[in-house]
Every structure is written in C-alpha cells, then in structure tokens.
Ligand binder design. Structure first.
Ligand code: BG6
Length: 489
C-alpha cells in the first residue's frame, strides 16, 4: 500500500557506492589487480582539466603501462578508496542509524577471480562478501549488488583483450554463477552492469579499450557492447534458473534529452540523440533485440556487429525484471555547433540556459528526473529503480567539527519531490539509492574533494587525513526523509 507521501510503504530508501571507489585494500585478501586500480591521478591536477580529460577519452597505452609498473606509488586513488574493505562494519552501522533500507555496492570480480580466468574462485573473496552482505542483513538492510562497476581483472585485458573477446563473456558468466550460488540468499536485487552505456562514452571504464590502440574505436566499442549485452542476457537467464524469483535488472546513465528550440530540426535531433545515448541500451536489455533505428547509425559510423548464430535468441531470452539508471543531469540537442558546452556525467553536453550548474559543471535538473521516470515507465511498463543520484561538490569542516551542506539537501529535496510527482503520475518505482552515500573517490576526476556523501570522510586528494567519518547536516535530513517515507522533505 502507499503512504500519504505517495511512495509505497516498503519503498527502498538507500545509498550506493562502488568497490573500486570505496574499498581500498587493493592487494588484500588475495585480490588481483583490476582495471580501475590503474587509473592515475595527475599530481598537478586541476579539476576542470581532469574532468574534461576523462570525458569520452579512454586510458592511453603509456598510462596503462606506467600504472602496471607503479604498484607501490601513491597517485592511484582507487587503490586506497576510503578503506571501506576494512571499515565496512562501522560504516554500515552509521548508515543503519539513518534507517537506510537498502545498500547498493559492487562486487569486485578480481577479489573472487584474481586473474579472471582462474580455475577456482578465491575463498577469501567469497567470505568477504558473505560477511559484508551478512552485516547489511543484521541491520535489516536489503542488498542491491552491482556485479560489474567498471572494474575487471586486468589480466583479462592483457591476455584476452577484455570485452573484445567472446571468452570474457564465459569468464564473466562463471564469476556470476559463483555469486548466484554463494551469495544468492543474501542479495535482493542484482545488476549485471553499471551504466552499460559508459562503454560508448568512457571506453576504458565501460569496455576496457585503450585510447591509442584501436584504429576503429567505434567498431570495437559496439562489438564490446554486444558482448556485454550477451553477458547480461545470459546471467539474467541463469539467475532465473538458479534463483527462482530473483530480481535482475539493467542500468544506464540516463541523460534526459531536450530539443534546444521548437525548430523541427532540433526536435528530430533530440529524438536521435535520445535513441543513441539512452534508448538503444535499455531497448536491447528490456525488449530483447536490437532496435531498427540503430542500423542507420551503425551504417553512418561504419560499424558492423559480428553476431554468431544463437546471439539473437540469447538476447530474447534474457530480458530484465526491472530498469534502473543513474540520473545527474539532462542534455540539450541542437544542430547548432557553436552552442555553449558544459561537462556532465560521462559526457560533455550542450549547456541549458534555464538550469543551474554545479561546481563541477553538471546541470541540476530535478524535473528531468520526473520526465525520465515517466518516459521509461511508459515505454517498458517495468518497475524502475533510481540507482544513482546526488550532488558532487566540496564541503567544509567547521572549527567545531560539523559539516553544513544545505546545497546537498536542496539538491536531494528537489529530486525526491520530483520522484514523488512521478509516483503520483503512476510510475512504479521500487527505490532510490543516493549516490556516494559516504564520501568516496570520484570516478571522473579521481579526487576526494568532489564529495557526494551524507557522511564526510576525512581524506584529501592525496589520500591524507584521519579517515574519520562525520555526519553532515544532510545525514539528519535524509534520516528524516526515510522515517517519514518521503513526506517530510
Ligand atoms: C556514475 C558512476 O557515472 O557517476 C559512478 O556510476 C560515479 O561510479 C558517478 O562516481 C559520479 O561521477 P563522478 O565522476 O562525479 O564521481
């Protein structure tokens, strides 16, 4: 039943992080090196430059080779994260104090299969996730597990070319089978891939392609994506067989798309941009086949997807149970090449003059969330989940040790209000896992000072600090929101 706020009584209020940005302990417990351990923070960083460099530009071969040699140096923030691997008990206790109903994190493939192709899984890796998810259960929290959030064992890239090779699909399915068998009773919602469209916009993160190594980058990206779609469909099918009743979804970085003007040209452009950046991915995973509109796009880019007999059936048989997405900002479509640009999640976008822009150039658009929820529900009729949403910005610790973040409260309030509207519009919404519930290493710039958390973590961009956790004002605000099931905003 619904409470007076409009949300279901069992609406899943939660928070999300990913293993590579939070865990640290990058060589503990028998873990292998993973692709995110290699991402390098330029010591002479400048946030705008680093953000611009990340967007759309995969890792270079020189950076990759250097990182593989630098196993003991410091400029690899993902290797230390916020040490969540060692502090998860205290951290989960804090989140439970807020009344959180669900915790979303990702499982690190290299903790279970250090090289990706190992004959047997690493028992220490399995134990860690049993303990971590068991701890969530002790606090009465459900578990939303991302199976892959940008990090694969680096050996799979070195030996097989990562997602370019169909063998990676088999290695991935073997890894997931272990998860289903070992952790099946602890996980409530499964997500085979974080933001699967990242492969298109941030190829190193999404599909492990190295910038200067691919003469036909577009072709390789979409071939890798084809392999990820197959991997996703195969594990949905396997999950339904091994764990009847399990809930397995898909996720994209969703960019609500607006035409810049009411000119028909801009409207047509918006339809195309929406198809190429958003719909393609959820259409394949929720409808189980490639949409016709992509043929023209593939022809334009000279892309020829190599399919094998049986691939189409696999996609058809592995459609998802729910659709989830991250939502940080919206995009403007125009044929005007001179339009002012701004950065946004994964992409550089045309700037919307009607919206405010965050410190990092991302445009805040709460109504865009309602629009997206309506569009997705209308198209698929499947339950939805807001898997990520939040504001990345710097925070100040006052002399008395408090952190006042009214800007974050405003951001969250605005978006939750629009979710409420969407639910009243009739959208079936399962939950909301706010991104970066604890401050973690940011994904684009790799810095600590782009903070999303309602819990402050005392570490700076160089990894220095006490690591102490401080409840921000937004912590108390979110607690109230959860207690009142979204009534008291
Ligand atoms: C999403 C990712 O793209 O955006 C997260 O799934 C990431 O891993 C989040 O942290 C915010 O991006 P950033 O670059 O500000 O950390």
């Amino acid at each position: 039943y619904k409470t007076s706020s409009g949300f279901d009584a069992d609406f899943l209020w939660g928070g999300a992080i990913s293993c590579s940005q939070a865990d640290g302990g990058f060589r503990d417990g028998g873990k292998g090196i993973s692709t995110q351990d290699l991402r390098y923070l330029d010591p002479a960083w400048d946030h705008e430059q680093v953000e611009a460099k990340h967007h759309g530009s995969p890792f270079s071969k020189a950076e990759f080779d250097q990182a593989l040699q630098d196993m003991d140096t410091t400029y690899y923030p993902n290797r230390r994260g916020i040490d969540f691997y060692h502090t998860y008990k205290q951290d989960l206790a804090l989140l439970a104090e807020m009344g959180m109903k669900i915790f979303r994190t990702s499982i690190c493939w290299a903790r279970l299969f250090p090289n990706g192709d190992d004959a047997q899984p690493n028992p220490e890796g399995i134990r860690y996730y049993k303990d971590l998810f068991g701890e969530c259960k002790k606090h009465g929290m459900k578990v939303f597990a991302t199976i892959l959030h940008y990090d694969i064992p680096v050996q799979l890239v070195l030996k097989y070319g990562g997602w370019k090779n169909r063998k990676t699909i088999d290695f991935y399915c073997r890894y997931v089978e272990v998860l289903f068998r070992e952790l099946g009773d602890l996980v409530d919602y499964w997500l085979p891939f974080n933001e699967i469209n990242a492969g298109r916009f941030s190829p190193w993160d999404g599909v492990c392609l190295i910038r200067d190594q691919e003469p036909h980058m577009d072709q390789e990206i979409f071939q890798c994506l084809h392999h990820q779609f197959l991997a996703s469909a195969r594990v949905v099918k396997m999950g339904h067989e091994l764990l009847p009743g399990s809930k397995i979804g898909c996720m994209i970085a969703r960019f609500t798309t607006y035409p810049a003007t009411c000119r028909p040209e801009d409207n047509m452009q918006a339809i195309l941009d929406d198809q190429y950046s958003n719909w393609f991915y959820t259409d394949v995973m929720a409808r189980g086949k490639y949409p016709a509109y992509m043929n023209r796009y593939f022809d334009k880019l000279g892309i020829d997807i190599r399919m094998e007999p049986g691939d189409e059936e696999i996609l058809q048989q592995g459609t998802v149970d729910f659709v989830s997405f991250s939502y940080y900002f919206s995009q403007v479509s125009t044929s005007d090449q001179g339009w002012e640009k701004t950065s946004g999640n994964l992409i550089m976008a045309n700037k919307n003059p009607y919206l405010e822009t965050s410190e990092w150039g991302w445009q805040k658009d709460p109504i865009g969330l309602r629009i997206t929820l309506n569009q997705l529900y209308d198209r698929y009729g499947l339950p939805l989940f807001v898997a990520e949403n939040g504001l990345g910005t710097s925070d100040v610790v006052e002399a008395d040790g408090t952190v006042h973040d009214p800007y974050r409260i405003d951001y969250l309030r605005g978006h939750i209000q629009q979710m409420k509207e969407a639910v009243r519009d009739g959208v079936e919404l399962l939950g909301y896992t706010m991104w970066g519930i604890l401050d973690i290493v940011s994904c684009g710039p790799l810095t600590m000072d782009k903070r999303y958390g309602v819990v402050y973590v005392d570490l700076d961009n160089g990894g220095k600090g006490t690591g102490k956790r401080i409840r921000k004002d937004s912590f108390y605000w979110y607690k109230k929101c959860i207690e009142s099931n979204g009534e008291d905003l």
